[in-house]
Ligand binder design. Structure first.
Ligand code: COA
Length: 164
């Protein structure tokens, strides 16, 4: 079942992100893969910046989360994480399809360039990587991430859509 995450689930959201993000260890550059990957203060800032988290719940337990954030004229999918033990069962796919139905705007997703499983996951759902110049422009315009992160990221857009 998919539902909006509650405020009192802050700790569990943080825990799910940090559990799932262990997938990045040894894959993305060490200096970008700090421990914990998502410190509590950073998650607090992300929520304050307007990210809304939806969760996949099984037997009253949150096992996957995905965030959605309207920014200017687009919608960003932020922080897609499914507990390691529950991956590959279609939960991420259900959450992604659900979030896409919550918006009429163009949907953009940013992820680590080296996380090929994540890129493949989004491609299977109809997203395509944008070119390098476009990626840099979009990351600066909509995410405002540091340059080092820009260099190591990719942006995916729904196939067939042009981003202004
Ligand atoms: C990326 C992520 C969110 C996807 O969530 P997920 O629940 O594993 O995704 P799904 O199960 O819907 O799809 C993943 C794979 O399982 C397969 N799958 C989907 N439904 C399935 C099912 N019922 N049974 C078996 N496999 C299934 C999909 O075909 C896909 O295959 P692939 O490995 O060839 O890509 C999750 O793997 C994760 O948290 N990864 C680590 C963190 C990360 O990379 N996050 C993305 C950052 S933006």
């Amino acid at each position: 079942m998919i539902r909006l995450c509650r405020e009192d689930e802050f700790d569990i959201i943080c825990e799910i992100i940090n559990d799932a993000a262990t997938a990045y260890r040894g894959v993305i550059p060490d200096e970008l893969c700090h421990d914990p990957y998502m410190p509590r203060e950073e998650l607090r800032q992300q929520l304050e910046s307007g990210i809304t988290f939806w969760g996949w719940v099984e037997r009253d337990e949150l096992v996957g989360v995905m965030g959605i954030q309207p920014v200017q004229d687009v919608t960003l999918i932020r922080h897609a994480y499914v507990r390691t033990a529950h991956r590959g069962r279609g939960i991420g796919g259900e959450l992604l399809s659900f979030l896409r139905r919550q918006t009429d705007r163009r949907v953009l997703i940013g992820t680590w360039a080296d996380a090929d499983w994540a890129v493949r996951f989004y491609e299977q759902h109809g997203f395509r990587r944008v070119g390098t110049g476009e990626k840099e422009r979009l990351l600066h315009k909509y995410w405002g991430v540091p340059q080092r992160q820009v260099e190591n990221s990719v942006v995916l857009a729904e196939a067939g859509t042009n981003v202004k």
